[in-house]
Design a protein around this ligand. Structure first.
Ligand code: ATP
Ligand code: MG
Length: 210
């Protein structure tokens, strides 16, 4: 095995603070001397961004199966074109969402079979993050934050409250099932406290994985 970088995902519902936390994590990793690659899902490659536009356009009526397969199409492209090459040269890759989001949104939210999603994870994604931050916040609070940013809600943001409750519950179950990989962060705290919690968890994880 050649030297391998770090693969970190940031998960959570709408408006949980993922983008805010990404910036803080990126700064901390750069300060530690890492090359940092930032990406997001769906998207992250030109082809993935085109798939993202399809997925988020409120004018599209996508079946749950179509939605799931498009998420994994974007992911297959991202892993091979961006994530694996960056990890191979030793970079730290930070992604705003990864496969856990498919389990939470298409599995929990849409009700698709989790075993099918796990099968796609094995062959279309092929890798799992080394470390995953789950930013957990109440659904109403997260949606209010996302909406306070303005702009039209995208196709998925237009879902009902109970959809997002299932998403949140599924994320929490996954975090409980894989405590070594997940760091659960109370994202209902003020932004400064969230950032401090995330950076402390990162430092602890790096220390423990030496
Ligand atoms: N802990 C916090 N408390 C209050 N407001 C916050 C907190 N964290 C972020 N915000 C604000 O809430 C909004 C959403 O945050 P951010 O964009 O980081 O969330 P996100 O998870 O990336 O959202 P999305 O799912 O829409 O991409 C922003 O306006 C941000 O400044
Ligand atoms: Mg964001």
């Amino acid at each position: 095995m050649s030297a391998r970088g770090l693969f970190i995902s940031i998960e959570g519902g709408e408006g949980a603070g993922k983008s805010t936390v990404m910036a803080a994590l990126s700064e901390a990793l750069v300060a530690r001397g890492h090359e940092v690659v930032l990406t997001r899902e769906p998207g992250g490659t030109p082809e993935g961004e085109a798939i993202r536009a399809l997925l988020l356009d409120p004018g599209n009526h996508l079946l749950p199966e179509t939605e799931l397969l498009l998420m994994f199409a974007s992911r297959a492209q991202l892993v091979r074109q961006c994530v694996l090459p960056a990890l191979a040269r030793g970079a730290a890759v930070l992604t705003d969402r990864f496969t856990d989001a498919s389990f939470a949104y298409q599995g929990g939210g849409r009700g698709l079979d989790m075993a099918r999603i796990a099968e796609l994870e094995r062959w279309a994604a092929g890798i799992k993050p080394d470390l995953t931050f789950l930013l957990d916040v109440g659904v109403a609070e997260g949606l209010a934050r996302a909406r306070s940013r303005g702009g039209e809600p995208d196709r998925i943001e237009r879902e009902r409250g109970d959809f997002f409750e299932r998403v949140r519950a599924t994320y929490l179950l996954r975090a409980a099932a894989e405590p070594d990989r997940f760091r659960l962060i109370d994202a209902g705290q003020p932004a400064d406290d969230v950032r401090r919690s995330v950076l402390a968890a990162l430092a602890g994880w790096i220390e423990a994985s030496r």
